[in-house]
Design a protein around this ligand. Structure first.
Ligand SMILES: NC(=O)C1=CN([C@@H]2O[C@H](COP(=O)(O)OP(=O)(O)OC[C@H]3O[C@@H](n4cnc5c(N)ncnc54)[C@H](OP(=O)(O)O)[C@@H]3O)[C@@H](O)[C@H]2O)C=CC1
Ligand SMILES: O=C(O)CCC(=O)C(=O)O
Length: 411
């Protein structure tokens, strides 16, 4: 099932549990605005190259639309649409005053030089600058983009609208970024994992973890789990996968990845088939890369007892069903990875106030938001007799539906 069909399905199940009116259900599903732009840039060798960029603004009932920008070869409208919708429910689950959006450019950032990436980002910003803004739509990093990408967007946007640090989050600290934002998604994943494990009388210390993806989210989650005494026994990136039953030395692996750009040839573990990672023996599996990686092909073979969805929509509905029959507990993406957008909200607040928080305050507030959201989800699970995914969806959808009704959608 494609990402949009899967996301719509989860939304509809939640809508039925909540007993939403069918007209309201339809209005919540259809995106507010879909933007598709052509981005042509000169390559370093003087030839021209054209890429297609998207920004899908899903809903703004609860506040400005918010969500990352992804640079990846698989960026296409249905995927971006699904990711934008997930942002709407995620910001509502986190209880931060935003709606949802997502954007992306179909490109392979690994094949572009830094100056090509800068030109592409600036052209994309020129095409969408009048449709984003501090109180309308605030982009942030996602797969294949980072603080530098946000700096280029900020600079290009400011040429049209004056200096506007709050138009993007996940910026470099020197341009008004928040302390703690870079680590925030991984840190939020760890707070979410702690909240879940505590329900089962367990903690991170001594448990074994398999982590797919070693970029921003995967590397920070690995580092913090390692610091808390968890054993990361398998990791992967696009170049390959690595296992060590005694636990991988994550600080050493981080140095190796920084130096070589890949996990390959690290001598603190044995290499393994990357497809093996998802079905490797471990207590907790954390997908931190692409969507749809857990599907009917591999779900029956998953050995983990807990899955923490750090990536967006890593589990397709068929896998969801198979895994739940096996008794695997899944902490859903719209909660598990909400730490990133939560600290993006703190960054936006700091920019608007013109006052910087210290990192301790950022992390303390993040923990408060993640813990509160977990308990709110549990309450929805009890009220609707449903699993954690439906607990999170009903929580988010209900908040957006209430805001929509209060604003007078029937008028
Ligand atoms: N950044 C954020 O704040 C947030 C991100 N997310 C989600 O988390 C996920 C990861 O995002 P982020 O860490 O920012 O992205 P990055 O681009 O920083 O990292 C992505 C990682 O995934 C790896 N990867 C890509 N394709 C594969 C593959 N086929 N198999 C195994 N590994 C692969 C990459 O490998 P390599 O290192 O070799 O390139 C890289 O390690 C995405 O689903 C994103 O939407 C969710 C919330 C917020
Ligand atoms: O920080 C943000 O605004 C968005 C992060 C994001 O894209 C996501 O949560 O998937």
């Amino acid at each position: 099932m494609n990402a949009l069909a899967a996301t719509n399905r989860n939304f509809r199940l939640a809508s039925r549990l909540l007993g939403l009116d069918s007209k309201l259900e339809k209005s919540l599903l259809i995106p507010f605005r879909e933007i598709k732009v052509e981005c042509t840039i000169p390559k370093d060798d003087g030839t021209l190259a054209t890429y297609v960029g998207f920004r899908i603004q899903h809903d703004n009932a609860r506040g400005p639309m918010k969500g990352g920008i992804r640079y990846h070869p698989e960026v296409e409208p249905d995927e971006v649409n699904a990711l934008a919708q997930l942002m709407t429910w995620k910001t509502a689950v986190a209880d931060i005053p935003y709606g949802g959006a997502k954007g992306g450019i179909g490109c392979n950032p690994r094949d572009l030089s830094k100056s090509e990436l800068e030109r592409l980002t600036r052209v994309f910003t020129q095409k969408i600058h009048d449709l984003i803004g501090i109180h309308t739509d605030v982009p942030a990093p996602d797969m294949g983009t980072n603080a530098q990408t946000m700096a280029w967007i900020l600079d290009e946007y400011s040429k049209f609208h004056g200096h506007s640090p709050a138009v993007v989050t996940g910026k470099p600290i020197d341009l008004g970024g928040s302390l703690g934002r870079e680590a925030a998604t991984g840190r939020g994943v760890v707070y979410a994992t702690e909240a879940l494990l505590a329900e089962y009388g367990k903690s991170i210390k001594g448990m074994t973890f398999g982590i797919q993806g070693f970029g921003n989210v995967g590397s920070w989650a690995s580092r913090l789990i390692h610091e808390k005494g968890g054993k990361v026994i398998a990791v992967s990136d696009i170049t390959g996968a690595l296992k060590n039953t005694n636990g991988i030395d994550i600080p050493e692996l981080l140095k190796h990845k920084e130096a070589t750009g890949s996990l390959k040839s690290f001598n603190g573990g044995d290499s393994m088939d990357p497809n093996e990672l998802l079905v490797h023996e471990c207590d907790v599996l954390i997908p931190c890369a692409l969507g749809g990686v857990l599907n009917r092909e591999n779900a029956a073979d998953v050995k983990a007892k807990f899955i923490i969805e750090a990536a967006n929509h890593p589990t397709d509905p068929e896998a969801d069903e198979i895994l739940s029959k096996k008794g695997v507990i899944i902490l859903p993406d719209i909660y598990a990875n909400a730490g990133g957008v939560t600290v993006s909200y703190f960054e936006w607040v700091q920019n608007i106030q013109g006052f910087m928080w210290d990192e301790e305050k950022v992390n303390q507030e993040l923990k408060k938001y993640m813990t509160k959201a977990f308990h709110n989800i549990k309450n929805m699970c009890q009220s609707h007799d449903c699993n954690l995914r439906m607990g999170a969806f009903t929580l988010g959808v209900n908040r957006v539906a209430r805001a929509t009704i209060l604003r007078g959608w029937e008028a």
